[in-house]
Design a binder for this molecule. Structure first.
Ligand code: DX5
Ligand code: ZN
Length: 232
């Protein structure tokens, strides 16, 4: 994938119909999504369980573009190969998930996937600084991970400092949690380029009524682009 800081909208299938993942992925891409964000939860690192590599492999053929896999699991390392084989383009692991994030990021890149580093709202940037040469993306959580539909926690200051730390390196800043047309501008202005949105994309629609998905995606994108003075 060519690196670009243009705004990308990544619908989270956590808010999709779990009995229709294939159709939901095709629908959001047809309706203008740039990436598809896939939330993996283990009931241990976070207090909720979603699905694992087998489900990722099953939905992969239904995604034309980027499959962005967000691992909210601990431990991470034993499962990296499984998610890479399932066809993940990007695998993000949490800095809080274990004592050896450096090894985890090495293993993700060795698997052939791009490496993402996810950080909880309560985590600072100290640990990120030493990892900048090993990552392709930082996922800044704007909710505590585990559930969709939570209230946005403003991390503008952290995102601004992260953007400055990244400088000219080809590292995406992804924001995850509570993104809507109201909150997206704050994050775009602070330096984010990938906006994950679950509830705000899937609300009001269904696999048999996908027009709302498109309207929702366009509303988030337009708000973010207006905030930074670009349009695509
Ligand atoms: C939270 C997940 C998010 C979540 C976002 O643990 O990582 O990706 O699905 O959902 P909304 O957009 O509803 O906050
Ligand atoms: Zn996520």
């Amino acid at each position: 994938m060519n690196f670009s800081r243009a705004i990308k909208i990544a619908p989270s299938i956590l808010a999709a119909d779990f009995a229709n993942f294939g159709a939901e992925c095709r629908a959001v891409e047809d309706q203008g999504a740039d990436w598809v964000h896939v939330d993996v939860m283990d009931g241990h690192f976070v207090p909720n369980i979603t699905f694992g590599p087998a489900t990722c492999a099953a939905i992969r053929p239904h995604i034309r573009g980027i499959m962005d896999v967000h691992l909210m699991i601990a431990p991470v390392d034993p499962y990296i190969e499984g998610f890479a084989k399932a066809g993940a383009d990007i695998i993000s692991a949490h800095i809080e998930a274990g004592p050896h994030i450096h090894r985890t990021l090495q293993a993700i890149r060795a698997s052939g996937a791009k490496a993402g580093l996810a950080i909880n709202p309560g985590t600072g940037l100290d640990g990120v600084e030493n990892l900048l040469d090993m990552i392709d993306l930082v996922c800044v959580m704007t909710v505590n991970p585990g559930f969709g539909g939570q209230k946005f926690i403003d991390m503008s200051d952290k995102v601004r400092r992260l953007r400055a730390l990244i400088g000219t390196r080809p590292i995406h800043i992804e924001i995850d949690g509570g993104i809507t047309p109201e909150t997206a501008p704050l994050m775009a202005r602070a330096g984010a380029d990938v906006l994950v949105a679950g509830s705000a994309v899937f609300k009001g629609g269904s696999v048999t009524d996908v027009a709302s998905y498109g309207a929702n995606i366009r509303a988030i994108r337009a708000a973010a682009e207006a905030a930074i003075g670009t349009t695509t």
